[in-house]
Design a protein around this ligand. Structure first.
Ligand SMILES: *Cc1c(COP(=O)(O)O)cnc(C)c1O
Length: 429
């Protein structure tokens, strides 16, 4: 690790939480170069929903590479792109009664968020974007302006503008419907909040602490967007591609967003690929008005098509994710109950959060977990929520092993902190 410290910028972050050199990986297991086997419950922050080096998906890209087909073609027409759009339209969209046009943006999630915000502003002629407390949308200036976290906002070192933040579902506890507040301030000609070009929301906030919005709240927010003439954008970058059990995180509501933003697990293989799904009536771009060198990388489109073919042609995979998610949630709740429910368990599908209430407990637990062979990350405003994002393809044995490591690590963290949990309990009373 010494060489990394001298060569790589201070900005590196995950090597600090997981100090090892990772040389190989397959499914839910990563191997370090000193021969350790580590279970991965982070899955590339949700970019590896189908596991590391998924061999079924890999077969499609190896074949593509071997055939000298076009890998980089800017946004030129290729058979790989056409096949992806046709497959996605028929297997994912048509099955769900949705119809969208595809816009391939630069390869990162933030690239796609920028495009979505820019398009909404262009369509409506308005500037303001409504975003939510604890929202996370990426690191470029437009995306960071719509993200809540002060640490990231401060690091941008410029004034971030064009966004108004409103409370997410549950921000004031279960008794307050924050959608009522949103409706009121947007309808009020004198609330001080400018008419928005878009309302940008995550159905489950990933980085923000695994905060789950209810069906009713999401439906209200969608209705409000319509009533005030704003585009309704769902950022499904982390929670899409099956993470919550369905392909889209908003299917359960069910919503019909004007723009859906996808990235992370879209390519199915950890290759960078991002896109917008845009309702045809809002596809107001003029040719070439938004561009980029790495749009719709063909290799990533090939793996993305393979992932859909393999996992989404029947309901079996989705049902499996929901079942596995319930098992995980049950297990985490049982662990929380051993501590007199000092901790909260939240989530949907296989996106689960264990709120340790105190940063110290969460930090010590994830550190000990890594020593014992489990990669699990923290999230939320003060990094006090442990985030469980195992691959959706994980087998139950590996899942249970990982959960056991977590349980032991939490117990040790609790003891080392001389029963920090009792402090949590007395604090919450
Ligand atoms: C990761 C993420 C982004 C940003 O994606 P990058 O590829 O890191 O730019 C945006 N929104 C959500 C919800 C994310 O989880």
């Amino acid at each position: 690790m010494q060489a990394f410290e001298t060569l790589e910028s201070n900005v590196r972050s995950y090597p600090r939480s997981f100090p090892a050199v990772f040389s190989r990986a397959r499914g839910s297991i990563m191997l370090t170069d000193d021969g350790r086997k580590v279970i991965d419950f982070l899955s590339g922050a949700g970019a590896l929903n189908y596991g590391h080096n998924n061999h079924q998906i890999r077969a499609a890209i190896t074949e593509y590479l071997a055939s000298d087909a076009v890998v980089h073609g800017l946004d030129m027409a290729t058979p790989a792109k056409l096949k992806f759009m046709k497959t996605f339209s028929s297997v994912i969209l048509r099955e769900r009664g949705l119809q969208y046009r595809f816009q391939f943006t630069g390869p990162t999630g933030a690239n796609a968020i920028e495009a979505a915000l820019k398009l909404s502003r262009k369509v409506t002629g308005r500037q303001n974007i409504i975003s939510f407390t604890n929202g996370y949308h990426g690191m470029s200036l437009g995306a960071i302006a719509a993200s809540g976290n002060r640490f990231y906002r401060k690091a941008s070192s410029v004034s971030l503008s064009g966004v108004t933040f409103v409370p997410y579902d549950g921000y004031f506890g279960p008794a307050v419907d924050t959608a009522d507040y949103l409706r009121k301030v947007l309808m009020d000609e004198s609330s001080g909040i400018d008419c928005p070009a878009a309302i940008l929301v995550e159905a489950v906030q990933g980085e923000g602490g695994i905060n789950v919005a209810s069906k009713q709240w999401l439906q209200s927010v969608q209705a409000i967007a319509k009533d005030v003439g704003a585009l309704f954008i769902v950022d499904d970058i982390q929670m899409g591609c099956g993470r919550t059990g369905d392909f889209f995180s908003f299917e359960f509501a069910p919503l019909s967003p004007d723009i859906v933003v996808l990235s992370k697990s879209l390519s199915g293989y950890g290759l960078p690929l991002s896109m917008l799904l845009i309702k045809e009536e809002f596809d107001a771009w003029r040719p070439g008005e938004h561009t980029g060198t790495f749009r719709g990388n063909n290799l990533a489109l090939v793996s993305a098509t393979a992932a859909i073919d393999i996992y989404w042609r029947s309901r079996t995979f989705s049902q499996g994710v929901q079942r596995m998610g319930e098992l995980m949630q049950g297990r985490l709740r049982a662990i929380a109950s051993e501590y007199g429910n000092a901790f909260a368990v939240r989530g949907r599908g296989m996106a689960l959060g264990f709120d340790c209430q105190m940063t110290e407990i969460a930090e010590a637990t994830t550190r000990k977990a890594f020593e014992k062979g489990l990669i699990v990350e923290r999230c939320g405003p003060v990094d006090r929520v442990i985030k469980f994002l195992p691959a959706l393809t994980i087998d139950s044995e590996t899942l249970n092993q990982g959960l056991e490591i977590f349980e032991k690590s939490l117990a040790e963290a609790d003891q080392a902190g001389s029963n920090l949990t009792s402090a949590v309990l007395s604090h919450s009373k």
